[in-house]
Design a binder for this molecule. Sequence first.
Ligand code: B12
Ligand code: SF4
Length: 502
Amino acid sequence: MKFYMFNVNELNLTKRQMQSEEPAPLGLGYIKSYVEKYSDPGSEIDIRILRTNVWNILQEDKPEIIGISSVTEHYEKAIEVAYRIRNSGLESIIILGGIHISNMPESLSPVFDCGVVGEGELPMKELLETIYKDRGLDRSKLPNIKGICFYDAKGEYAYTGEYELIRDMDTIPYPYRRGMGTATLLTMFTSRGCPFRCTYCSSTSFWKKIIRFHSAEYAVEEMKMLVKDFGARHISIWDDLFGVNAKRLAELADVVEANKKHLKGVSFGVTCRASCLSEDIARSMKRMNVTRIALGLESGSDKVLREIKGRLTAETNRQAVELLKKHDFYVSAGFIIGNPGETVEDMQKTYDFIVQSKLHSGGVGLAVAFPNTEYWNYAAERGLVHKHMNFNKLKLVFDFSTLKESEIVKFNDQATFEEIRQIGIKIQSHFAVRNTRNLFSKKVFNVNNVFLVLRHPFVFSPYIVGQLKFFVRQMLSQNMSTQRIMRLFGVRLAPEGGDRSC
Ligand code: B12
Ligand code: SF4
C-alpha cells in the first residue's frame, strides 16, 4: 500500500528551492515518522513526502492514499488539486490535513474523503490502520475515529470531535527529513503550542492554548543529529514561543553546554514574546548560542496592544528590544496594521515606534481574519467572512505597494484601505532600508558569514538579492535622492544639521 503526502504549495519545487528557499515540511515529516514507528502496518506501507514533480509521480505510482496539507490561503488550491486528482481517474483516498481544516473543519469540501483535525499523528495512525485492515475506506467505520471530519454515506457532514493531544512529547520520533532538501539552515521544534491568546493568532487555537515541551535531552539529541547528518551550522527553532519558561530554558542551555563539542559553532534562531523576556532568559539563550531573535511586537500603540496582546505596552516592547540588544542578539520583529479599531494615528505610532527602535530588521503585514481566532469572529459578525468564502483572500500580505482592496478582507473600519496601504508602504520602505543596511553591518557582514555565503551561495543569495531588489524598488518608487540614500547608509556627503536616521 502506498501513502503519499504533499503540501499543496509544493507541487513542483526546483532543487534550488528545496535547498535554499523552502524548508522541509516538518508537519508531514512527523506524520511519516510517527506512523512508521507506531502503527502495526507502518513498515508495510510505503509512505512518501513529495515536493517535486508531484503530479507525475501520483499518475505513475497511483498511491492508494494521498494526504494533502494546506494552510488557509491555499485551501482553494487544495480543493482544485483534489478535483484534478479525481478527474484524472485516480481512485486514491484523499485526506486533507493542516492548520486550515483543523481550525475550520466545517469548511471541508466533499472532494476530500476526510479531513484530519488538529495534531495529526494519532488520528492519522488510526485512520491508516483502519484503511489497511479494510483494504480501502469503509465509511461506516469513520464515526469511530476521533479527530476527523467527513461526509457520511447520506452526504451529511460529520465531525468526530477532538483527538487527545500526545501527552509525552518525547514519544514523538524526530520528523523525517531525508531527501527533502538539506541546507545549512535547518529547522526543528522543542515544544508545541503557546499559552497566550493573541486575538489574531491561529496557531494558539490550533494547539489548544497550551504548551508542551520536549525534554532538553530530546531537543539536544535532535540538534546533534542535524549537525551530524545534515551539516547544520544554524538551526531555526520554530517553536511558537521559545523563551517562555526560564527554568526550562536554563535546563536546555545546560544540556547544550554539556554537548558543546558536538554543537561547536552552531547558532540558533528563535521566536520570543516581549512580555516573557528577562535577564535570566536572555542569559540562557546566550549560553546556548542563540544569535537571532524574532519578536512579534505588532504595534506601537498601547490601545491596539491592549486589544490584541493583553497587557503588553509599547514600553514593554521597547524594553524587550533594549534587553536583547544589550545581550548582543540580532533582533527582528513583526508588526501588524489594519487591526480592528485601529486608527491612522495608531498606525502612525507603530511607524514612529519602528523608526525610533533599535531593531536590526523587521517586517509589517496586514491583519488577517484567520479561522478560529477572535479576528475571524469580529469579521464574521460583520458578514465579511464565512465558511464558504474565497479563502484566497485570507492571505498574508508582504507587499503593500501592489495590493488591491479586492484581494483581501478588510475588517478595520477606522481607516480607509488607501490609508492603511500608504502606512504599509511607509513602514515597508523603512524596513527595506534598515534590512538592507544591516546586511552590511558588522553583525551580519563578518568573515564567518561571508565564508558561509560563499560555501552555500544558493542558500543565501535569494534572501540577499530579495532584500536588495526590494530596497532598490522602494527607493525608485519614492524618488529618493542619492544624498538621502547615502545618508541612510550612514555616509555624510555634506555637513548638515538634520538627523541621520532612516
Ligand atoms: C514553520 C512555518 C512556516 C515555514 C515552513 C512551512 C513548511 N514547509 O512546513 C515557512 C516559513 C516556509 C512558512 C510559510 C508559510 N506559512 Co507558515 N508557519 C510555520 C509555523 C511557525 C510552524 C509550522 C509547523 O511546522 N508546525 C509544526 C507541525 C508539527 O505542525 P503542522 O505543520 O501544523 O502539522 C501537524 C498538523 O497540522 C497535521 N497535518 C499537517 N498537514 C497534514 C497533512 C495530512 C495529510 C495529515 C493527515 C495531517 C497533517 O499533522 C501535523 C503533525 O501533528 C506555523 C505556526 C505553527 N506553530 O503551526 C506557521 C503557519 C502555519 N504559517 C502560516 C502561513 C500563513 C504561512 C504562509 C502562507 C505565509 C506566506 N504567505 O508565505 C506560507 C505558506 C507555506 C505553506 N506551508 O504552504 C500560518 C497559517 C495560518 C492559517 N490559518 O492558514 C501559521 C499558523 C502562522 C500564523 N500564526 O499565522 N511557514
Ligand atoms: S504569543 Fe505568539 S504564538 Fe502565542 S498567541 Fe501570541 S502570537 Fe500566537
